[in-house]
Ligand binder design. Structure first.
Ligand code: PMP
Length: 369
């Protein structure tokens, strides 16, 4: 017997999430003293000062377990978003909620999950790992959502329909009205999972986000993360707002302490720090407009974005531009793994990072690398 015979087929064929090279690895490879990372859509202003103070204060409590189910945090989130408390489940990043949704709702070998192509890789991976078929509908021109195609890909064995709004990597978004229409068009059994990892950056959020209208539905899940606007990517914190029976099953099957004590305290503090949130939104809005204008002036095709990143097609081969940026100490995101080898994605940085990125792009486009 081969050792791998003991391993499930789905696991043997599993392609893990491939993070890019770390900042340290890039420094070493290119002999750089400083690198700027604009690859993972993190907060351009770093972490909130209030969060940092709270984390320092909490350090001597880490010998305790957190409270299972994170009741203080879920209560604060329910109050903030005007949704019933029993509908909120916190997770180790919204990644954990995606994984739980697949495991709780999908029957292996029988059910299917529907999403656009391309879509966020965790939908693909957790679905495959569970032995569930993924059906992908094509996006329309310029990455517009063809919601009819998404609904048409569903059947009575569709357990979940994923919609990333605003979308990653394009930044395209549809108003909540369209999302609610889709929720009525899909088969009764299917849950529509609206991944709003970037919803706070949409202008205006109230038009695009389904969160405020959660109470109008009974088959919609809304996912949010603290990794982007709230600057807590390294602590791993996200949450879902779900129909209460589904929320209850997620809580029953998840590992009890997946949201740790520091993440919960940081999340509560991040919700309080309204000044940091306002400054982050202002920085992203301003940086997004600047980068869109300057990249277009450099001959890039820039896709309109409601998120804290921009997708663009550079006027030179994307792989060369990506490499040229790395050599100059800037990490952008190549989109080969999304099946988009001609495009790049750049996160909106702070003022200095945006200037450095634009100077590098100008250099690359002017000199041909
Ligand atoms: N959904 C989308 C569309 C994302 O881009 C990301 C972050 N890359 C996530 C979910 C996961 O976020 P988290 O850090 O909360 O797991």
């Amino acid at each position: 017997m081969q050792p791998s015979d003991r391993v499930r087929e789905e696991v043997r064929g599993f392609t893990p999430y491939a993070p890019g090279l770390s900042m340290e690895e890039i420094k070493e490879k290119y002999g750089l003293s400083r690198v700027i990372k604009l690859a993972s859509n993190e907060n351009p202003l770093g972490a909130s000062p209030l969060v940092k103070r709270v984390l320092a204060r909490k350090a001597d409590t880490v010998f305790r377990y957190p409270r299972a189910g994170n009741p203080a945090l879920t209560a604060a989130l329910a109050a903030r978003h005007g949704v019933p408390r029993q509908c909120v489940v916190a997770g180790n990043g919204s990644d954990e909620i995606i994984d739980l949704l697949v495991r709780v709702t999908c029957r292996p070998g029988r059910d299917n999950v529907v999403a656009f192509d391309p879509c966020f890789s965790i939908y693909v991976q957790q679905t495959r790992l569970c032995g569930v078929t993924l059906r992908q509908a094509r996006l329309g021109d310029d990455f517009a959502f063809d919601l009819d195609a998404l609904a048409a890909a569903c059947d009575d064995d569709t357990a979940l329909v994923f919609l990333t709004n605003p979308d990653n990597p394009s930044g395209y978004a549809v108003p909540a009205d369209d999302v609610l229409a889709l929720s009525r068009a899909i088969p009764k059994r299917a849950l529509l999972v609206v991944d709003e990892a970037y919803a706070e950056f949409a202008e205006p959020e109230a038009v695009y986000s389904t969160m405020a209208r959660f109470n109008e539905t009974d088959n919609v899940v809304v996912l949010r993360t603290f990794s982007k606007l709230y600057g807590l990517a390294g602590l791993r914190l996200g949450f879902g707002v779900l129909p209460p029976d589904i929320a209850n099953y997620l809580l029953r099957v998840r590992l009890p302490f997946s949201v740790n004590l520091l993440a919960e305290a940081a999340g509560l503090a991040a919700l309080e720090d309204v000044d940091f949130v306002a400054a982050s939104l202002e920085a992203v809005g301003r940086g997004r407009a600047l980068l869109a204008e300057k990249l277009a002036a450099l001959g890039c095709k820039v896709f309109p974005s409601q998120a804290n990143f921009l997708m663009f097609t550079p006027p030179l081969p994307a792989a060369d531009v990506f490499e040229g940026l790395l050599k100059r100490g800037i990490i952008a995101r190549a989109l080969r793994s999304y099946g988009l080898p001609h495009m790049l994605r750049v996160s909106i940085g702070n003022d200095e990072e945006n200037e450095a990125f634009l100077a590098a792009m100008k250099d690359i486009v002017g000199s041909g690398f």
